[in-house]
Ligand binder design. Sequence first.
Ligand code: XBP
Ligand code: MG
Length: 272
Amino acid sequence: MALRCVIFDVDGTMADTEDAHRRAFNIAFTEKGFDWHWDTPLYKELLAVTGGKERIRYFFQRSHPEMLKDPATNVLIQELHALKTQKYTDLVDSGEVSLRPGVARLLAEARGSDVRLAIATTTSPENVTALLNNTLGSMVLDWFEVMATGAEVQNKKPSPEVYDYALQKLDLKPEQCIAIEDSRNGLSAALAANIATLITVNEFTEDEDFTDAMAVLSDLGEPGQPFKAIEGETFGWSHVDMDLLRQLLRHWHARHDPGAGFPISGLGRMPR
Ligand code: XBP
Ligand code: MG
């Protein structure tokens, strides 16, 4: 089955955004008069839960259960998250977040090919728009035929809903696509939608379990700035281009019975 679409995750994949999200949460807490502070180790744990509102609630469950007894907390979470989103987009607008290696290059290569582009993210549309406007320019928004965000689905990653939504809008089969992700939640969501997935790790996700990914890399690499292949077969390539994506997909489907869905346990893990 030929590659027809590359579906990009956003946070941690297109750009190292999570530290900006973390800082935005802390600014919002302070502005609302709370002394809560999410340092990097705590935020890494809280990233087990996707979605900023869900993450705040998870934080309360762990550290401030009394907050969940107060009926006003539901409104407070909405207010905190709205303020956080404003602070996050301010950080992105100030140019504090740049794209990860290879992302701009691969997007441009896809644009010059017959392979379509889509986004499947847990974050909000305004955060995606801010990131793309400030890194690639507003015309890039049109490059993505589908922008599936946390606003479009009931259940966020690791639920496959955001990927199922993207496939439905693209009118494509999962085996015609590749997802590019950074986290276990993202990998689980894409695999549950039967989409072969390439992982590029970051400081928040490098220790997570990426069993059944097509391959696990440090990043997409650039000519002269090779990726580090962490898991899986990369056929001698040093940076991810459209040909490597096509090769990875061919190799993946040769090892999986498309009719049976995947991963077929034990087959998903590429030889080290
Ligand atoms: C990552 C997430 C998001 C961000 C915070 O999304 O889980 O919740 O951490 O953004 P993805 P919000 O990797 O799927 O792009 O506060 O807008 O949720
Ligand atoms: Mg991500």
